[in-house]
Structure formats: structure tokens, C-alpha cells
Design a protein around this ligand. Sequence first.
Ligand code: ZN
Length: 285
Amino acid sequence: MRAQILALLLVPLVLVAILVATTQRVPVPEIGRAYVLRAELPKVDAAPPLPRVAGQRGKPLVVIDAGHGGHDPGASGQGLIEKALVLALARSLRDEIEREGDVRVALTRDDDRYLLHAERFEIARRLDADLFLSIHADSAGDSSEVTGASIYTLSNEASSDAAARFAERENASDRINGLELGQQTDAVSSILVELSQRRTQEQSAEFSRLILREGQGLLSFHPQSQRSAALKVLRAPDVPSVLFESGFITNEAEARRLSSPEGRRRFAETMARAIRIYFARQSES
Ligand code: ZN
């Protein structure tokens, strides 16, 4: 009886063994064998290489950030694209500062590449920058008569509905296909960070006032030109940071001015002077 049961159990095993030995293996679909599908996701943790710093050792350092870039064009209007316009402005400012020689300067991007908001201010932090200036240009949709520059500093709560909407628009460029990239851990809330942040906020506000003062009669400002918003790119807790919305490229005259060599020169000279005065004051205090 036991031998019979054993034989019964062995028969299927032997059959399977014969099948495996004689038949070809079940074919695997080509795609599974020949290809490995990889989806390259942006590496949020990997630190990008640091940009070149121009200027003399020992001088204060300003990091200039041209907004958007790469797959993120930013605003558009009058045939202009924000990412290209602000890169041109950032370069003229860099050249002006380099020419004057009182301040060291670096750009977060000097070509058409995309950087996360956090990467931008992390460059400033890793370079131990003393000031961070992000340059943007705005769009007012169909309201082509809206003009003028605005200067933004960071607020924990967006100071007005308009500022909140603006923050949403500028922050949205860290989102790809609904995936939130470069998300900050909000656990950076120690008292030390808060103290540092308060001092940083005061310095940012001072720089903002200086831009407005030095730009009077030279740059065109929006009636409500000093604002605060919850902008991610201004989140460095220890580097005074300002975002300069240089104007509305949906307005024909402003778009022409901002993209002209004369407009760039005027912007660069004014901004470089505000930066120089800011650092002169810091060294006194
Ligand atoms: Zn922008």
C-alpha cells in the first residue's frame, strides 16, 4: 500500500521533470528580458556643483538667481519668455558688480537650466553668501496695462490675497505632474533658527527699502511695490533674501524696456548701487 501511494506521488513529479527536461522554457515576453525601464527622477538630495564666484576674497558675496529655466519658462508676454529675460538681467547685474569690484558675485544659473527653489537658496547657503537676490518678471494675463516692479520679502503668512496667488504661481514650478519636489521638512523650527530668521528678515526688509529708494526715478515701480509672500525661494533662514519682480512682460512698453540693452543697464546699475549701499551699512552696524 505504501509503495503504491509513493508511486502515485512520484508519477507527477517524474512527468514534470521530463517536461522540464524536454520542452523549451516558457517564453518570457521580450520587453521583460531585453529592456529595463528606468524613470530618471530629479535627485533632490544630490547637491548641484557650486557656481563660480567672481571677486576679491574677503568682500561680501551676493548670489543672484535668475528665476525659472529649463522646462519651466515662467511667465510669457509680448513675445518674451521670463526665464530668458531674467537670465539676461541677472548677467548684466553680475557684470556690473564684477566691474565695480566692491562685492563678490555668483549666479545660481548661467544657462537655461532648471533648479528647484531649495537648490537655489542652498547654493547661497553653501557659498556662505551674505545676500540673495532672485530676479523674476511678472505676467498680468490679459490686463496688459498693469506695470511696475515689486520687491518681495518672505512672510510666513501671505500678506494679501494677491501675494498668496503670486506665491502659488511661483511655487508651482517645483511641482511636476502633481508630484511635489524639493519639499522642505517643516521641522526646522528651533529657537535658534527663529532668531536667525528674525535678523535675516530685518536685513531683507532693509535691502528691499534700499532697492526702492535707489530705484526712484530710474526704475518703474508698481504702486504697491513692497510686498511679502510665502515664497519658497526666499526660505533660507540665514541669508537675507529678496525677490525682485522686475516688471510685467504682458505690458508692451515694459517688456520692450526690460529686454533692451538700456533697460538692462539701468536695472544693473541701480541694483548694484543698492547692493553696495546695503553692504556698506552692514559693515557699519
Ligand atoms: Zn517668475
